[in-house]
Design a protein around this ligand. Structure first.
Ligand code: SAM
Length: 418
């Protein structure tokens, strides 16, 4: 029980409220002195209001919401009543400067308030595009740095790692993003969201689990949606982009419900290779006669093991599709930085299921930029086509976690840069 005479908690609360107030007033000098004079271990740029869950970033952004009452009451500095537009612009300008300052001080870009909104979600809802883009860019910087750290860990000594981690935290805030299953498909998602209870979805756990094939979905033993029929339109359009004509050679990584493979078959490919790692999926494929379809070769195993053998044999493709399950972003990045080049013809094209961060618009926008940069670095250019996703209400009954929560899908089509 806390001691009622102990003033420490009261002081902490006051300090928090002072920082949040300065953030909402866009008072940068005050914020600077509060943030820098603080000697506690926790970063004051990431305090939280216990009632709303607002961080200083939330507070600074919320204060940019146009409020006509304020304009009428406070008036303009020179005594005249400013036009609402003018007041809005001023609030926005000071808001931009405050958000920039807080991000430089290590404010977490994707912290959730009690309304389940990140600062970026709040900016989007209030129509504050400039602030939204600033938060997206902060997310991109944090994710790029953390992804790079992933790669460096193996080769650097401990001191170097510590330095780099400190740098990532300065960019991102105190908390490293969690790895969550982006619903199904690939991916690392930058969110500090509380995860539902239940085991983490890892590729080894998934590959060991028994699958349930239902009419319109494929689930793993933990009720995670591995593939769902509502993605059919996305699969159809992806297949059409990959195989504009008949008689081409295509590789699909991850068979799932066979939806994309069905559309690829409609284009009568000269060769149609499928890599599939889950034994239950392989059994189901054979039950449905996939091994006997024209041009089809099934490779049983993980792409990580199958592709080096294909490259060794000199097998080449005009088109490649990648849609696996429970793999991390770094697996995917390895796929396109290390493997595609060994398999894809110079004029070839490839695509992937773009489900990264799709449970929240801001994560989706951050990951689009991250992947675009990584693709560029790997020597690819990418075109995006936006596809409206139908409302998915009712789709998630019996599925552990809805993995799609945004209005549009961005379909990527990648080619080698000239
Ligand atoms: C989301 S489903 C693919 C859905 C498919 N695009 C369709 O249209 O039905 C993912 C598939 O990738 C497979 N998979 C997961 N990890 C893999 C890996 N490392 N190598 C090959 N296949 C993998 C899963 O077993 C699953 O069948």
């Amino acid at each position: 029980m806390s001691d009622p005479t102990d003033l420490t908690d009261v002081n902490v609360d006051l300090a928090t409220q002072e920082i949040l107030l300065a953030a909402s007033q866009h008072d940068i000098p005050k914020l600077r002195s509060l943030v820098r004079s603080n000697d506690s271990a926790a970063n004051p740029a990431n305090v939280k209001d216990p009632e709303t869950g607002f961080s200083p970033l939330h507070a600074a952004i919320a204060a940019c919401e146009p409020d006509e009452d304020d304009v009428a009451v406070n008036g303009a500095p020179n005594g005249e009543t400013p036009k609402p537009e003018q007041a809005e612009n001023t609030a926005l300008q000071t808001g931009v400067a405050t958000v920039k300052f807080l991000l430089q001080e290590g404010a977490i870009w994707n912290d959730l308030d009690l309304n389940d909104e990140t600062p970026g979600c709040l900016a989007k809802r209030l129509g504050l595009e400039e602030l939204y883009e600033m938060i997206v860019d902060a997310g991109v910087r944090a994710e790029l740095l953390l992804n790079r750290l992933d790669g460096y860990e193996e080769i650097e000594d401990e001191d170097m790692e510590e330095e780099e981690e400190a740098e990532a935290k300065a960019v991102e805030g105190d908390e490293a993003p969690e790895l969550v299953d982006a619903g199904t498909e690939v991916v690392e998602v930058a969110e500090t969201e509380t995860q539902e209870s239940g085991p983490d979805v890892t590729n080894p756990r998934y590959l060991d689990s028994n699958l349930q094939f239902q009419n319109d979905r494929l689930l793993d033993q933990d009720q995670n949606g591995v593939m769902m029929a509502w993605e059919s339109d996305i699969m159809a359009k992806s297949a059409r982009k990959l195989l504009p004509t008949t008689g081409l050679r295509v590789l699909n990584v991850g068979h799932g419900m066979g939806i994309v493979d069905g559309f690829l078959q409609e284009k009568s490919p000269a060769e149609h290779h499928i890599i599939e790692a889950h034994p239950d999926v392989v059994v189901e494929m054979k039950r449905k006669g996939w091994h006997e379809k024209p041009g089809v070769t099934i490779h049983e195993g993980k792409w990580q093991d199958v592709i080096p053998a294909l490259v060794g044999e000199g097998v080449m493709f005009d088109a490649i599709y990648y849609d696996t399950f429970a793999e991390s972003y770094s697996d995917f990045r390895e796929f396109f930085t290390e493997q595609v080049i060994g398999l894809l013809e110079q004029e070839g094209r490839w695509s992937f299921f773009n489900g990264m961060g799709a449970d929240r618009q801001i994560s989706y926008d951050v990951y689009q930029k991250v992947v675009e940069m990584d693709l560029f670095e790997a020597g690819f250019e990418v075109e995006w086509e936006e596809i409206k996703v139908p409302t998915l209400e009712g789709e998630w009954t019996g599925v552990r976690r809805p993995y799609w929560n945004i209005d549009s899908y961005r379909l990527p089509l990648c080619k080698y840069m000239d």
